[in-house]
Design a protein around this ligand. Structure first.
Ligand SMILES: NC(=O)c1ccc[n+]([C@@H]2O[C@H](COP(=O)([O-])OP(=O)(O)OC[C@H]3O[C@@H](n4cnc5c(N)ncnc54)[C@H](O)[C@@H]3O)[C@@H](O)[C@H]2O)c1
Length: 263
């Protein structure tokens, strides 16, 4: 298996790098080849070293995916190192806190550049390689794509756009043999949320917001991504898997909408 994983220095991308490589090694009985992409070169190198210790051919690309030139360079680096590509995991993303009235143009643009546009540019550049291998794309969206989440207006809308973008890819590129799907994480303990979920009080509050009473882990999200990237998902394209501990079922309860039927 030859894969590109973005946002691989931390959180969900890091967990995907390990799970995807281990699953492929077990399935194929040979060394997986992964290109790890992130802004953070030092942490990328740490992840790559650990993977090499497990027999994985791990390469790194340190770069900023908001630069429109970078996605094609990433794909060219994978082609040069591995001679092809089977799996593209477009996972790097950022969150930003501002109400729509406070939000400035630069922050709005940056949210869409990394959370939405990077997946299109990566997919476009990777299309010839994925078409040759009958490969797949999995992108990381968010449960915020389905519910307006103040003060995350640029984040929610960029993730909603990402889900539709990937459905569009599934429609246009399915005939070329490329499957394209997303996952939508709920509250998950990663680098992005560490400050909040390392605090036991805040963690308890977040856990109480879903029926499983859990905060998700990077590994929970990686498992869904790895399933969508696996041969077991051969008939799944244009789909989104919500990995939110059931939080999305809580709307009516939270709004008290069941109360008139209570005895
Ligand atoms: N943690 C959550 O609760 C949660 C919930 C919903 C969705 N998500 C999504 O999951 C994905 C992974 O996030 P995470 O939670 O693992 O966070 P994280 O901060 O631990 O990891 C994200 C990684 O993306 C990298 N990155 C950010 N901007 C980049 C850029 N311009 N170019 C290259 N790399 C860049 C960061 O350096 C970081 O290593 C993101 O798309 C995020 O929006 C996370």
């Amino acid at each position: 298996m030859k894969a590109i994983i973005t946002g691989a220095a931390s959180g969900i991308g890091r967990a995907v790098a390990f799970q995807l490589s281990r699953n492929a090694a077990t399935r194929e009985g040979k060394a997986p080849q992964v290109l790890l992409v992130d802004l953070n070169k030092e942490k990328l190198e740490e992840v790559a070293e650990l993977l090499r210790g497990e027999g994985v051919q791990a390469e790194i690309y340190a770069g900023d995916l908001t630069d429109p030139e970078v996605p094609a360079k990433v794909v060219a680096a994978a082609e040069k190192s591995f001679g092809g590509l089977d799996v593209l995991i477009s996972n790097a993303g950022i969150i930003g806190r501002a109400t729509l009235l406070e939000l400035n143009l630069a922050d709005y643009d940056r949210a869409f550049q990394i959370n939405t546009r990077a997946t299109w540019l990566l997919g476009k550049a990777a299309h010839p390689l994925l078409s040759a291998s009958k490969g797949c794309i999995v992108a990381t969206a968010s449960m915020s794509a389905f519910q307006p989440t103040s003060p995350l207006g640029a984040y929610s809308s960029s993730k909603a756009a990402l889900i539709m973008l990937v459905k569009q890819m599934a429609l246009e590129w399915g005939p070329d043999g490329i499957r394209c799907n997303t996952i939508s994480p709920g509250s998950t303990h990663t680098g992005m949320t560490d400050q909040r979920f390392s605090d036991p009080a805040q963690r308890e509050v977040a856990a109480a917001r879903n029926p499983l009473h859990m905060v998700g882990s990077a590994e929970h999200q990686a498992a869904a991504i790895c399933f969508l990237a696996s041969p077991e998902a051969a008939y799944i394209t244009g789909a989104d898997i919500l990995v939110d501990g059931g939080m999305s079922t809580m709307l009516m309860k939270a709004a008290g909408a069941g109360d008139p039927w209570k005895k």
